[in-house]
Design a protein around this ligand. Structure first.
Ligand code: IPM
Ligand code: MG
Length: 357
């Protein structure tokens, strides 16, 4: 039997609950394809701060580098909200992204047909919605230097730097073109080139490699317009490629279009293929520990892991199919339930998916 090592980092809040069914699904789906997965668990985020005073212990980063893939629940919560920026749980996640070189963040926004009424937009605007947002994840204003808060002329000023070098733009743009060429062959690059020099360079570099992908139709859009178009006519998009901060914002908009943040998986990929997989939703401290969370985003993230890191596309397909079946049969966790739906808890939802694998 083929074997793989997966590092699981449950993190905080509902992270703990949603990874449990996802591990069970991973195990069954892998075995069906003749693969044995060895799971190691590690600490990141608030639980790591509590255990050893560091949101990303060195041991966790070492384990992550050695693993074939990493599955993460979520980080953060009110308990750690008053810590200084450098020691907050979020630093653990940002450190993992940087430490593993995870420059390409794939955030699909897919509307599952039985959930169309959960969207905040009219059903006809979102029926069949299938967008992929590719967010640059290790550069831009999130990591740019100089940054800080200092006193100038007797008052404090805060500053950050949005910076991209040509090679950073080129590699994320290539991810965009390549993924678009496997989908509907339309790539929209989102920037703010009417105001920012960094965006002018972004646009130039994206244009300069377009001729390598003649089958992909490239367009450009300013980020403010892209935000508007996403809520006006979202189905005009196929693949969007953009910077770290614009992607952070637009992916939340896109997530809301599907009406169910609890359903959306994500993948963060590096040049070497080592990937980190996590649900797009947060740690939902208000419902943590109550068996109310929706595990489907994490389960679907395991599907992405099979596709992009573990080279088991058939296992990915069977997870996607099993989730679709459970939804078609009317099972819902509370976050996606309508008035007449069968509401199940986190654990039961996981068991239902496994029964259909
Ligand atoms: C996300 C989150 C993170 C980000 C936070 C938790 C640091 O909002 O993954 O979208 O801003 O990247
Ligand atoms: Mg975000």
């Amino acid at each position: 039997m083929n074997s793989k090592n997966v590092l699981v980092l449950p993190g905080d809040g509902i992270g703990q609950e949603v990874v449990a069914p996802a591990i069970a699904v991973m195990d069954v789906a892998a075995k069906q394809e003749g693969c044995e997965i060895t799971v190691t668990q590690g600490l990141v985020g608030g639980v790591a701060i509590d255990a050893c005073g560091d949101p990303l212990p060195a041991e966790t980063l070492e384990l992550a580098k050695a693993a074939d893939a990493v599955l993460l629940g979520g980080v953060g919560g009110p308990k750690w909200d008053n810590l200084p920026m450098a020691s907050r749980p979020e630093k653990g996640l940002l450190g993992l992204r940087q430490g593993l070189g995870l420059f390409a963040n794939l955030r699909p926004a897919l509307l599952s047909a039985p959930l169309a009424s959960a969207s905040s937009l009219k059903p006809e605007l979102v029926a069949g919605l299938d967008i992929l947002i590719i967010r640059e994840l290790t550069g831009g204003i999130y990591f740019g230097e100089p940054r800080g808060i200092e006193t100038r002329d007797n008052e404090r000023v805060g500053f950050n730097t949005m910076v991209y070098s040509e090679h950073e733009i080129e590699r994320i743009a290539r991810s965009g073109f390549e993924l678009a060429s496997k989908r509907n062959k339309r790539l929209c690059s989102v920037d703010k080139a009417n105001v920012l020099e960094v965006s002018q360079l972004w646009r130039e570099v994206v244009n300069s490699i377009a001729s390598d992908y003649p089958d992909v139709e490239l367009s450009h859009m300013y980020v403010d317009n892209a935000a508007m178009q996403l809520v006006r006519e979202p189905k005009q998009f196929d693949v969007i490629v953009t910077t770290n901060m614009f992607g952070d914002i637009l992916s939340d908009v896109a997530a809301m279009l599907t009406g169910s943040l609890g359903m959306l998986p994500s993948a963060s990929l590096s040049a070497s293929g080592t990937g980190l997989y996590e649900p797009v939703h947060g740690t939902a401290p208000d419902i943590a520990g109550k068996d109310l969370a929706n595990p489907l985003a994490t389960i679907l993230s395991v599907g992405m892991m099979f596709r992009y890191s573990l080279d088991l596309p058939a296992a990915a397909d069977s997870i996607d199919r099993a989730v679709a079946e459970v939804l078609a049969e009317g099972y819902r966790t509370a976050d996606i339930a309508g008035p007449n739906d069968d509401v199940v808890g986190c654990r039961t939802m996981g068991e239902l998916v496994i029964e259909r694998l």
